[in-house]
Design a protein around this ligand. Sequence first.
Ligand code: EPZ
Length: 430
Amino acid sequence: MEGSSQKSVLRIQGGRRLEGAVAVKGSKNASLAVLSGVLACSEPVFLRGLPNVSDIRIKLGLMVQLGAKVEFFDEGVSIDCSELRNADIEPDLARKIRTSFYMLGPLMARLGNAKLPQPGGCPIGTRPVDFHIKGLTALGAKVDLRHGIYHAKADKLQGCEIYLDFPSAGATQHIMATAVLAEGHTVLQNAAIEPEVITLANFLNRMGAKVEGAGSTTITIEGVPRLKGGEFPIPADRLQAGTYLIAAAATGGSVRVEGVLPEFQSPVVSKLKEMGASVDQGGDWIQVHAGEYHAATTVKTMPYPGFPTDMQQPMAALLTTANGVSIVEETIYENRTQHVPELRRMGAIIHQDGRTCVITGVARLDGAVVTAPDLRGGAALVIAGLMARKETIVKGVEWIDRGYEDFETTLNSLGAEIERIPAEEWEAAS
Ligand code: EPZ
């Protein structure tokens, strides 16, 4: 699994209509959750469909530092965590992804103690880890933060009742991947019901765990002494799928996304319909046909199955040219609006008050030089570039590469005109 470490920009010629079909790749967030679960397995695991994006490469690299043996094959990736060790993980590497921290619990469950640096991830809010620590502590661990490193220790993990103050996807996954190796019965209440939580439960159960209720707000886990190995397919990425659907609507096009369950796209699809698009769907595909013009609407992010925070920024890009005034409210993260000044550079009219944006639709965006502030904000700017007159340059592409495999290649296969250029080359020429 290779990736370029070279900084790039995307040069987008706007105004091309997207048409055609796209097979959606494996889910980044489901993969990151499953990789935490792999650490709990005492035998080799074979994952099919792991996406080749930088977040996954980083997490696999961290797992190797912890003793995992990773081998890449055409059909998937083999990961053997039979012999783990605690290592002095470089804080800068751990800080690149949020889910580096979600390895603390399973590693401790395997070794009796574990240490990992404070995590990072997209700069979209403060993103504390208090729910995680509360959960691990309830299971019997002692967790300390010393000089930026979390240390967790437990002679024995004991099943218990845990109530989450908020249905955090990450805390739900982290506690599940730990409690599967605790003694006895754990009940996790107010759990996240995200599809990625169900994927992790399916993975853990395939490896011999006893997890019930994933996908509901109460998850019960009967601990087992060890997890075995086996094969597991990573499902398609619902957030990539949503991005391509929004991009299709934004360019007045017609795109079919394949390999995804339509029920996971309901919030995005219902908004696209409200805006005037027509949508067809089958067992594992959705096709959006943009309407003649798109109407303004309101979007409020909520935990699943509400409108996903991850699709808020791409949706804001689409709404910049909607007919009328739209309101977009972000309720999950404090700082997931850094795309707004960049969209304004392209002519968008957005009034921002805290986490709420009032977007007055304009006839057309204009190409500009903009910088991706984070992963989904970067995707939003690419969509804006596709909608805009003339040329847009999106800098900070490394954010987009964290979660979208072959993003511009896929969009180009649908008729977009996007070129990846080394940042140095573009800077020298501009
Ligand atoms: C996951 O992040 C995803 N990341 C995010 O996707 C996604 O936006 C988010 O879930 C919500 O769906 C991965 O799966 C790797 P949370 P996570 O714990 O697990 C607060 C993307 O673009 N909170 O559900 O970090 C937190 O600050 C990424 O692909 C606490 O207060 O999300 C936030 O406000 C970005 N204390 C809310 O809960 C905690 O201990 C939801 O966070 C944990 C979370």
